[in-house]
Design a protein around this ligand. Sequence first.
Ligand code: GDP
Ligand code: ZN
Length: 397
Amino acid sequence: MSKHPRRKRAKRSAKNHGRQRRQLLLKEVRELYQPGSADSDPDAAWHAGLEDELDVPARRGRGKGGSLPSRPTTAVAVPEEGAAPEAGKRNPVAGPELRGRIVAISSGACRVVASGRDFYCILPSELARDQRAAVAVGDEVVFAAHGAGSYRLRRVLPRRTVLSRPDPHNPRREQVIAANIDVAVHVASVVEPPLRPALVDRYLIAVERGGADTVICVNKIDLLADDAERQRQLERLACYRRRAREILPTSAVTGEGLGALGALLAGKTAVFVGHSGVGKSSLLNALSPGLGAATARTSGGKGRHTTTRSCFYRIEGDCRVIDTPGIRELGLWQLTTCELRAYFPDFNQHAAGCRFNNCSHSHEPDCEVREAVNSGAVAQARFDTYLRILASLESGD
Ligand code: GDP
Ligand code: ZN
C-alpha cells in the first residue's frame, strides 16, 4: 500500500483530465471540415503537389513607419516535406519531426497536411495562448508524434506573407487570417450585398502590408440591368486600378471573367476575402467544378453565413485557395497615421502643395488634397475612406 494514496489519485485524475481534453480537442478538429471541403476529400490526388509547395522565400517586410513592405527576392532552401528537417533529430519521447501545412484550426488544435496525409495536432501551450496570431491556415509547420496516435505542433516556420487584422475579440492582439499567400482575391458584389468601396480600401492596405497582391472581383455582374449600369458600377472602382493587380468583372452564374481569374491564380496560393454573401464560395465552385465549397444556396440559407472558418482547397490549375468567412469590418493591425498616407499615393502629387509638410488633409488650411477632391482629381470615395481610417486610428479604435 502506498504512503500517499491521495496524491496518487490526484495525479491519476490530472492524467485522465489531460487525456480527456486531448480527445475533445481532436474530436473538435476532426469536425472542422464539412463534407465536400477539400481536405475531407478521400482522393489523395488533392494532396498531390504539396511537396512542391515548400520553397519558402524570406518573409516580406511588414512596412512599418511609413515605408511599404519590402518584396522578398531570395528563396530560402528548406528540407523536403515529410523529412526530418534537422538531420536525424529525434526527441527521446516523441517521434521524428515532420513538416506540413496547416489547413484548419480549432481551439487548441489544428489540422496539418503532410506528404498526402492528414494529422491532427495539439498546439503546445505557448502557441495556444496566442493562437489567433501564432497559427494560421496556410502556415508551414514542424510537428511530431506525441504519444499513441496524437501529434503535437512544434513550431511555425517563418511566414512569407500574412493577411492579418486586430482580433475583433481583443483589438490589442493580432489575428492572422491567412499565411503564405501570393494573392488575395477580394470579392465584391455589385448587387446584394452592395459594393462597399471602404472595405476594398481596407483590404488593399492590409494585403499590401502583409506582402501579397490584390485582385478585385466585381462579382454578380450578371445582375446589372444594362451596359450603362455596368459602366457606372465599374467606374466606382476605377480609382483602384493602380492599387490592385487586376479588377475583374465576374459572374459565378454566367461564367464571365472566370477564365481570366483562373489564369491569374494558376500556380499560386490565394485567399478569397470579402463580405459574406458576395459569392466567394460560388466563384470557387465555378472555378473548380466538383469542389463542393458550401454556399448560401447549398446550405439552404439566404444571406446566411456559409463559410464559418477558413478552409483550405486545392483547385484546378495547380492553385491553393483559402476561403475565409465573410468579414464585415476589417481593422488595420498597428497601422500608424504616417504609414496610412503611404497607402494613398494618389494623394501625393497634390500633398506637395499643402501648406504644412505633415498635413493630415483632414482639417488644416490650404490643403491641396482637399482641393483635388473638390475638383474631382482625387476620388471622393477614396478620400472618405482615408478620413474614416484616420479618425479610427486617432480614436484608437
Ligand atoms: P459567400 O458567402 O461570399 O461565399 O457567398 P456564396 O457563394 O454563398 O453566395 C451567396 C449567394 O449569392 C448565393 O445564393 C449564390 O447563389 C449567389 N451568387 C454567387 N455568385 C453569384 C453571381 O455571380 N451571380 C448571381 N446572380 N448570384 C450569385
Ligand atoms: Zn493636405
